[in-house]
Design a protein. Sequence first.
Length: 39
Amino acid sequence: MVNEKQPVRPKPIVLIVLDGWGIATPYAGNAIGLADTPN
């Protein structure tokens, strides 16, 4: 059995774009508007 090194794979990353964060008015389906944010 040959012990060959496996190529190192980079760790996965997540890119989250929050376009328009907090602009809409609070309503039942708007989790950002309903959240108790300190700022």
